[in-house]
Design a protein around this ligand. Structure first.
Ligand SMILES: C[S@@+](CC[C@H](N)C(=O)[O-])C[C@H]1O[C@@H](n2cnc3c(N)ncnc32)[C@H](O)[C@@H]1O
Length: 275
């Protein structure tokens, strides 16, 4: 837990901050806190303390449960500060309008986004099948100068994505489609050099669509949440899953992205299709 947050919880009278909170995300000027056990009875005090200690924070929300539903949303209630869920978040030199209650966004993926953007090049045509408000797509267009097609089923997220394209001056490179990724072969023509599937709970269902839309020798970045005692166990589960799904002579390397829960690990597979 970051020192600032630990101190804010201590000042709010929480004796053991490590046990009271299972994590805090700061998105723009909104802090999202997950409280455990006895700390839930002290939530107003904790919220006010976080507001006082973290000068850039204007809203404190409590998250209950995980990320749920088709749009991958958090269940949030306000515990201190202004009554809003829309903010402006800065990351990797880009700015994003995010509604933390009505669209998916995780600041914990910023390093992953940079890593993926650094792999892309200006010559490529990139498809992001699950784009959210655009943090992968905007960064790829901005850093690599690649042309990107984004797909997003949540209409409000797609609207914010277009706003973020304008904000970051990449509208000429990025096309946003509001719809179901399963319909993409009907909506776009031509094939892609690089396809992202950043939807770890559902990506396996969409892999056949991605394979049908990839060029020969193309690359896919495939994300999954896997159960495992450690990275090695999660990696072997991912390799096993891919065995039955990829065409012969595909090559893939797998890596850990982050821990997402007790024994759950977010993993990525970098897949290179045969030429
Ligand atoms: C885990 S989020 C990732 C969003 C974004 N890539 C990011 O890192 O912020 C998955 C996104 O896929 C969207 N989604 C879910 N099902 C979809 C589908 N069938 N077609 C297109 N988008 C979908 C959700 O609304 C959500 O915004």
């Amino acid at each position: 837990m970051p020192r600032l947050i630990r101190e804010a919880l201590e000042r709010a009278g929480v004796a053991d901050p490590g046990r009271a909170s299972s994590g805090v995300d700061v998105v723009g000027d909104i802090a999202i806190v997950r409280l455990t056990g006895f700390a839930r009875g002290e939530k107003r005090k904790i919220g006010e303390s976080l507001l006082r200690e973290m000068k850039n924070v204007k809203v404190v929300l409590e998250q209950e449960g995980g990320i749920e539903g088709e749009y991958r949303l958090r269940k949030l209630t306000r515990i201190a500060g202004e009554k809003r869920t829309l903010t402006l978040h800065r990351e990797n030199g880009c700015a994003y309008r995010v509604d933390v209650a009505k669209t998916y966004f995780s600041p914990r993926l910023s390093t992953e986004r940079l890593r993926v953007a650094e792999e892309a090049s200006a010559k490529e045509r990139v498809l992001n099948m699950f784009a959210g408000v655009g943090p992968f797509s905007v960064l790829i267009a901005k850093r690599a100068g690649a042309r990107v097609t984004s797909c997003e089923v949540n209409a409000y997220a797609a609207e914010l994505h277009e706003e973020n394209d304008r904000l970051n001056k990449v509208s000429h490179l990025v096309t946003v489609l509001n719809g179901d990724a399963a319909e993409l072969p009907k909506l776009v023509s031509g094939k892609f050099d690089r396809i992202l599937l950043p939807h770890p709970s559902q990506a396996d269902r969409f892999l056949p669509t991605a394979l049908a839309m990839a060029k020969k020798g193309g690359r896919l970045v495939y994300y999954r949440h896997l159960l495992g005692e450690d990275e090695a166990e999660a990696a072997s589960a991912l390799r096993e899953e891919l065995k039955g799904l990829l065409p012969p002579r595909s090559r893939s390397t797998v890596r850990r992205v982050r821990d997402v829960g007790p024994r759950w690990i977010e993993m990525a597979a970098e897949i290179r299709l045969p030429a």
